[in-house]
Write a protein of this length. Structure first.
Length: 478
């Protein structure tokens, strides 16, 4: 008989991973049971709340697949009771009546994922395999994941999407090594936070973490900041300065936007990493250097290499481990959890418990977030700063987020286009023009061919007059 270790290597689920399927629909229960057993799970079934509790009381259960609309029970209350009594048991909710609000409520009650019926059995199989991978993680892995989920400093690292779950599983493995890491992702996806999470989760967590923004300074200044210099090393220099690379010695050096380095600096960086020593500017002596390098970029590095703006040999030196952070528009199912983490941080800072009105999540889910997690954070921070109370409403959101559900295609829609009333088209035309003109109402009225009084009246009707009380930035004549 194959060992558990061999089974894991072959992709099978070890038999000790048990699944309880809770559904009063016999046909659905049988289909799910067949898929789970085919994936190697040990499967049990139940069809009532009482049966669930009896089973959990006598048998260790790793995963529960729970139909949310069991007759005569309130599923979220049941879920909370299960998670309170058996915190290590993961729960996947499934329902034919899933809404944004019900999904968010389930996640808050302790669900790890959500399946909307009818679903393809292949979707269930993939989800079960994902949880099997999670259950194989060591206690150290699980502790790191819990830290990332609970620490607001790592807000971008939380999520139930397949991409983020895979990334979370990789972090602990990457953190335990000294290999260089290249993080690729759009602006605002959380590359700096991921670098910090790797550092804090690994063997260097008690040593320096030094971040260098490679795009923030002129090349000459950046070179001096990176390598440091000795007193009298160049004209006008009457003091010595330790470089950032030397400050990171023994710890982690994070090179943010490494693709923005000049070719000359790329050559010097490559030589330093290869020789493991650094020579301050103006010095004839080298200093031994032992750092773990994490770099990030928002650019297509292969294209940069082809264009001759980035050295291929440096790319290979940095790209030992490659991690990709997905844009928020590609993991919208993570938005409810991300919003909850951000609101918890804001609540802690302001000493007031903030929450979202029922319609807010619809707008958050419809918007495409071109600046990713950073933009979501700023959106909720602005809403909390301008709201009249602790419950944030749609009117507290930026105008482009307020109306996203009217103009963008909903996350679950694949065909067709929304039908928009003329009044809404008029509203969007006014909001878009105001945004493009940085709040200049006089120019907005002129371009749209309406009077300024009419514009003010429209803004009051839309309930967003306060957002445009004055220009966002000084007017062009200032």
């Amino acid at each position: 008989m194959a060992s558990a270790e061999q089974a894991l290597h072959n992709g099978a689920v070890p038999e000790e991973i048990s699944l309880l399927i809770v559904d009063d629909d016999r046909n659905s229960q049988a289909q799910c049971k067949s898929v789970a057993e085919g994936a190697g799970f040990t499967v049990f079934t139940a069809d009532s709340p009482a049966a669930i509790l009896r089973h959990l009381a006598v048998r260790k259960t790793d995963l529960v697949l729970l139909e949310s609309h069991l007759a005569g029970t309130e599923a979220h209350a049941l879920l909370r009771n299960v998670k309170k009594a058996y915190p290590n048991t993961e729960v996947i909710m499934m329902s034919a009546l899933a809404t944004v609000e019900s999904v968010l409520a389930a996640m808050k009650s302790g669900a790890s994922d959500y399946l909307q019926k009818p679903f393809h059995m292949e979707e269930l199989r993939i989800l079960l395999e994902k949880f099997a991978d999670q259950l194989r993680n060591s206690p150290a892995d699980q502790a790191v994941h819990a830290q990332l989920k609970s620490d607001p400093a790592y807000v971008g690292m939380v999520g139930q999407s397949a991409e983020m779950q895979k990334l979370l599983r990789i972090i602990t493995r990457v953190a335990s090594s000294k290999h260089p890491v290249l993080i690729v992702g759009e602006s605002g996806t959380g590359k700096h936070r991921l670098a910090r999470a790797i550092h804090e989760s690994g063997m260097f967590k008690d040593r320096p973490f030094v971040a260098v923004d490679c795009a923030s300074s002129a090349p000459g200044l950046l070179e001096a900041d990176l390598f440091g210099y000795v007193k009298g090393g160049f004209n006008g220099n009457n003091r010595a300065k330790e470089g950032l690379m030397q400050s990171a010695n023994g710890g982690t050096l994070f090179l943010h936007d490494v693709s923005e380095l000049t070719l000359d600096l790329q050559s010097k960086l490559l030589r330093t990493l290869q020789e493991r020593e650094i020579k301050p500017l103006g010095s004839n002596k080298s200093v031994p250097l032992e750092v773990r390098v994490i770099a990030s970029t928002a650019r297509d590095m292969e294209a940069a290499i082809q264009q001759g703006t980035f050295r291929r040999d440096l790319f290979f030196r940095l790209n030992v481990v490659n991690l990709r952070l997905p844009p928020l528009r590609d993991r919208k199912q993570d938005i409810p959890l991300l919003a909850e983490v951000v609101l918890n941080r804001i609540s802690s800072e302001k000493g007031m418990k903030y929450s979202l009105a029922s319609q807010v999540m619809k707008s958050l889910m419809a918007y495409d977030w071109p600046q990713n997690v950073r933009e979501l954070e700023h959106c909720l921070e602005r809403a909390a700063a301008t709201a009249n109370g602790p419950v944030l409403t749609v009117d507290d959101l930026p105008p482009k987020v307020q109306t996203a559900h009217l103009w963008g295609r909903p996350a679950t829609e694949t065909t067709g286009s929304p039908i928009v009333p003329l009044a809404e088209m008029e509203k969007q035309a006014i909001i878009n023009t105001l945004e493009q003109l940085n709040g200049d109402k006089q120019m907005t009225a002129r371009l749209l061919g309406i009077g300024k009084t009419t514009l003010y009246r429209k803004l009051r009707e839309y309930g967003i007059a306060e957002h445009w009380a004055s220009p966002i930035v000084p007017s062009r004549s200032a």
